[in-house]
Design a protein around this ligand. Structure first.
Ligand code: NOJ
Ligand code: CA
Length: 523
């Protein structure tokens, strides 16, 4: 197979390693567990796995607080386990993308330990240290995403350090070239081992305002929105200097053989998001597009969103779509279990690379977490506001055995309903799992779906329609009924895929009647 452009044609599957498969009975998923389940992943029909952080970490933020960029936490296994996993994935034609966290380290990282030791430390300037304000308070009004102020006072040295997330996650100072050199060395460590790319954590936050100006109040903020967005993070995020760093990251990846892909985690409005492709296409291959996560499940809103996004893409920029991840509700929780099947059709038939979140292919729901089992630091900091991420991070259910086959021990988070599991769905041709498998197979087989144009056909009633058209003119039309009642679309052809499998093969002429929440692909 031609490897060029694999990330354009392909589908990415996100694995949260704590929750995929445990192999040693400690109740926490691990790298050997991912290796054990690779056949499942390959059979699903995806092309790449992205693994959330597995580096040595005190786990204050479950691995997004990295204490060593070039190792594997013993909870997850060893470097040898990683190499074996990488080889086993490659042997099945699966690419491996690793998560990388350049904005901050753990407070336990030796760099920070040294930085904190004294004002004269050689690494003092590797982090963002500032003197107190004249009244002794924090240097400015910046807020932490996880609640409270973004500055922590260090009594031993009399200065504050910046933490955009937890105080156990001090921000690196990307204005210091030594930081870039050290982080790039860590990137080379993984590139040399053969990883196929990086998902870069909070890429839009790397650089901070040189003058540390206060963020202005956000006039659009309303209760229910993320608490830290009370202030518009104009001076603490998305600074113009960031792109130069992104371009150098990209150049580093491009200096390696094969196409090593740079994916950026970027929560910004479309206009700013697309800037991260780089003016000359020399930035991210894919700045993650989270707009489907933020959108309401409503056909006019989705139609307008796709048009806006498609229209904003710079020349040559390749689109991508994400509907869920480890920081956001599961698809079934967002749109409801009935519409989740239609949502799968949408996600896998838009133009651009989709990223799937493990378990969504089963229709996993957010699992209610009893208060005494809450572990997410965000929920602990700001309880009861629906910010906690434990519900979407629960273990993958493999079968109807003990703990759903996830672990022999006590699972780190509770499991969802017993009847929802891979084995049961594999047996049922009408299951969500088999819908995803059919969709992924069709997408791989049809150039119209994996690389064709997106042609909007509008919204009629509550039914969204669009076509995907290959370079040779071959066309597939998609119709999605967003309503809980029947709807209609004007269409001719043969149903090649439907959320209701029984309809596949049906001929349509003129009018297609759709059941509640039904979606079809017609040739
Ligand atoms: C984004 C990650 O996806 C999230 O899980 C994490 O808590 C923050 N970045 C901080 O690294
Ligand atoms: Ca384990």
């Amino acid at each position: 197979m031609d490897e060029r452009g694999w990330w354009r044609r392909g589908v990415v599957y996100q694995i949260y390693p704590r929750s995929f498969q445990d192999t040693n009975g400690d109740g926490i998923g691990d790298l050997p567990g991912i290796e054990r389940r690779l056949d499942y992943v390959a059979d699903l029909g995806v092309d790449a796995i992205w693994i959330s952080p597995f580096y040595p970490s005190p786990m204050a933020d479950f691995g997004y607080d990295v204490a060593d960029y070039c190792g594997v936490d013993p909870i997850f296994g060893t470097l040898q386990d990683f190499d074996r996993l990488l080889g086993a994935a490659h042997a099945r034609g699966l690419k491996v993308i690793v998560d990388f966290v350049p904005n901050h380290t753990s407070e336990a990282h030796p760099w920070f330990v040294e930085s904190r030791a004294s004002r004269e430390s050689a690494k003092r300037d590797w982090y963002v240290w500032r003197d107190p304000a004249p009244d002794g308070g924090p240097p400015n009004n910046w807020l932490s995403v996880f609640g409270g102020g973004a500055w922590e006072f260090d009594p031993a040295t009399g200065q504050y350090f910046l933490h955009s997330y937890l105080k156990q996650q001090p921000d690196l100072n990307w204005r210091n070239p030594e930081v870039e050199a050290a982080v790039f060395e860590a990137l080379r460590f993984w590139l040399d081992r053969g990883v196929d790319g990086f998902r870069m954590d909070v890429l839009w936050m790397l650089v901070k305002d040189e003058q540390f100006r206060d963020n202005p109040p956000n006039p659009d903020w309303r209760p229910g929105m993320l608490p830290h967005l009370r202030f518009h993070p104009a001076f603490s995020t998305d600074r113009p200097e960031t792109m130069a760093i992104v371009r150098r990251m990209r150049a580093l990846l491009d200096s390696y053989p094969g196409e090593r892909v740079l994916i950026g985690e970027i929560y910004l409005p479309i206009r700013r998001l697309v800037a991260y492709y780089g003016e000359a296409g020399d930035g991210c291959h894919m700045p993650f597009n989270f707009k489907l996560i933020q959108a309401v499940w409503e056909p006019r809103e989705i139609d307008a969103l796709v048009r806006r996004y498609e229209g904003a893409l710079p020349d040559g920029a390749w689109p991508n779509w994400v509907m869920a991840n480890h920081d956001n509700p599961r698809i079934a929780a967002k749109v409801g279990p009935e519409a989740a099947r239609a949502a799968a059709v949408l996600l896998l038939t838009l133009r651009g690379t989709p990223t799937l979140y493990y378990g969504d292919e089963l229709g996993m729901e957010n699992v209610p977490i009893p208060p005494e089992r809450v572990v997410d630091p965000w929920e602990k900091n700001e309880p009861g506001q629906g910010l906690g991420r434990d519900p979407e991070r629960t273990p993958m259910p493999w079968n109807d055995g003990r703990n759903a086959g996830f672990t022999e021990g006590e699972p780190w988070l509770p499991l969802g309903p017993e009847e929802l599991n891979v084995a049961a769905q594999a047996r049922d041709p009408d299951s969500m799992l088999n819908l995803y498998r059919r969709l992924l197979k069709l997408r791989r087989a049809e150039p119209a779906l994996h690389s064709g144009a997106w042609v909007p056909l509008g919204v009629h009633g509550e039914v969204l329609t669009y076509a995907r058209e290959a370079a040779d003119g071959r066309r597939l039309t998609v119709a999605i009924n967003f309503a809980d009642r029947p709807g209609e679309a004007r269409l001719d052809g043969e149903i090649v895929l439907c959320t209701d499998r029984a309809r596949e093969g049906e001929r349509v002429s003129g009018t297609l009647r759709l059941k509640a929440n039904e979606a079809v692909i017609v040739r």
